[in-house]
Design a binder for this molecule. Structure first.
Ligand code: GDP
Ligand code: MG
Length: 504
């Protein structure tokens, strides 16, 4: 069972409490049974499930509680707390220190995603402004250095490795020493794996960690192997001092319960999760937001961070102009570029309450992303006069020769250019109304600025540019409107520093 289904099942079990007229032992038992079944189906270890069940039961003293509302709330909170415990070993999470060398060693079985994860991690820190590099200590698998080299080059991260040296300890020591003298802050060592836990691998990891004295040993765990995660994590933990865990392949349909609950076996916290093959399919892991999101409550904390980053990218002058109703093709180009930089639309949507991770399929996202790219290519063939015109749409239609020229220049069809202009026209109307996405996120889209009519108008405009299937999924226009109100309230609340995560 995919994680999203697990979330839905637990939520529905919790909701059954609201439906019950009285909450007694029987109702509580039935709810716990549903939750346990869902957890087991998602591959969570049976002992842990039993523990969760017992803990919730013993936490809740039904007799002492008077009001039904309180009972429900306390039961829901107990479940939330126990789910959190399942993922939190209660150990402080390691964080690197600025201005120092931090050596991170990634270990794990073959194919678990070490090389991919090493690059993702390096890219993550580089984007945050750390001086970052990669060292390839995998001499076991042919082509390992080439893979790392390719990944690192693409992400523009300095790397070290060798085609001829066969001793991983020698290479890793050379690489780490070199980068230390060059004052690199984050030095990530990618190691080799084996198909299963073997003595030779444990020995190699032990030698490496003795030689390198890493500040953090990260165990890279493949979520797709289910229950087997636990014994493997234990085996590693017995040999090397695993300090943190990164779970990979927690993509939309992964059955991640096994991996998530194996964390208890390592006693080490999860620090990141990998959610796809792409370099930015990678997120820092925080237990409470993760569970909130799993249960469909939305990860508002993550969303607000993204929004803050978004704000940084937008120039004030542009926002000001947009707020005064002037939105050019160049502005659209810039907004698209910022959106692309923010990474995955899927991740972004997954953070909004009511959407969930599965809202947009990988295919939908790829189609959407390819479309945006095409539109950007078309805009790249426009001249400054066209890009900076306040009514670009009209300019092109008055002088259709321009459409032909741009289509030729960008290697697209006239129809593609016309499509783009139509989208720009729709988009500019919408953006003008909300004062730009930034204005929307900053809460200028609040009751103070916007009356009921305007919200309805805006909802209609958003509905027009949304894929029809997605609109249907959220309950049509009414659903969208509700969602927008909820979204805006949540953002406003978060910006004021109140958290909605703890009050389930
Ligand atoms: P290594 O042998 O441990 O170094 O594993 P690799 O980094 O070479 O990854 C093995 C395969 O898993 C590759 O095809 C990766 O693209 C894929 N992979 C790694 N992380 C993820 C992830 O988070 N999601 C998905 N879908 N694939 C991943
Ligand atoms: Mg590898």
């Amino acid at each position: 069972m995919a994680l999203a289904d697990l979330g839905r099942k637990i939520t529905s079990a919790l909701k059954s409490l609201s439906k019950a007229t009285i909450i007694n032992e029987e109702v509580l038992k039935a709810m716990l049974k549903d939750i346990s079944t869902a957890l087991l189906e998602a591959d969570v270890n049976i002992k842990l499930v039993k523990q969760l069940r017992d803990n919730v039961s013993s936490d809740i003293k039904l007799d002492g509680m008077s009001l039904g509302l309180n009972k429900r709330k306390m039961i829901q909170q107990a479940v939330f707390r126990e789910l959190t415990k399942l993922l939190e070993p209660g150990v402080r999470v390691w964080t690197p220190s600025k201005g120092q060398n931090n050596v991170i060693m990634c270990v794990g079985l073959q194919g678990s995603g070490k090389t991919t994860t090493s690059t993702k991690l390096a890219y993550y820190y580089r984007m945050k402004g750390w001086k970052t590099c990669l060292v390839c200590a995998d001499t076991f698998r042919a082509g390992a250095f080439d893979q790392l080299k390719q990944n690192a080059t693409k992400a523009r991260i300095p790397f070290y490795g060798s085609y001829t040296e066969m001793d991983p300890v020698v290479i890793a020591t050379e690489g780490v020493d070199k980068f230390k003298t060059e004052n690199f802050e984050i030095i990530i060592v990618d190691t080799s794996g084996r198909h299963k836990q073997e003595d030779s691998l444990s020995e190699e990891m032990l030698q490496l960690s003795k030689a390198l004295q890493p500040d953090n040993v990260v165990y890279v765990m493949d979520a797709s192997i289910g229950q087997a995660c636990e014994s493997q994590a234990k085996a590693f933990k017995d040999k090397v001092d695993v300090a943190s865990v990164i779970i990979t392949k927690l993509d939309g349909h992964a059955k991640g319960g096994g991996a998530l609950s194996a964390v208890a076996a390592t006693g080490s916290p999860i620090i990141f999760i990998g959610t796809g093959e792409h370099i930015d399919d990678f997120e820092p892991f925080k237990t409470k937001p993760f569970i909130s999101k799993l249960l469909g409550m939305g990860d508002m904390e993550g969303l607000v961070n993204v929004v803050k980053e978004f704000g940084k990218e937008n120039k004030e002058a542009v926002i000001d102009r947009i707020q005064h109703g002037q939105f050019t093709l160049r502005d659209m180009h810039e907004q698209f570029q910022t959106l692309r930089k923010l990474g995955s639309y899927r991740q972004l949507l997954g953070m909004i309450p009511g959407f969930g991770v599965d809202f947009l399929s990988k295919e939908d996202e790829e189609t959407w992303s390819a479309r945006v790219k095409k539109m950007m290519v078309i805009m790249d063939s426009m001249n400054n006069h066209e890009l900076d015109n306040y009514e670009g749409h009209k300019l092109f239609h008055k002088q259709p020769g321009r459409i032909q020229r741009v289509a030729r220049g960008s290697g697209t069809d006239i129809k593609d250019v016309e499509d783009l202009l139509t989208k720009y026209n729709k988009f500019s109307k919408m953006v003008k109304n909300i004062g730009g996405l930034n204005g929307f996120f900053n809460g200028s889209f609040s009751s103070k600025h916007m009356n009921q009519n305007k919200v309805i108008k805006l909802t209609r405009q958003i509905a027009k540019i949304m894929p029809r299937r997605s609109l249907k999924q959220i309950g049509g226009m009414a659903g969208l409107q509700r969602l927008m109100r909820q979204f805006e309230q949540e953002v406003a609340k978060q910006l004021k520093g109140k958290s909605s995560i703890n009050n389930m």
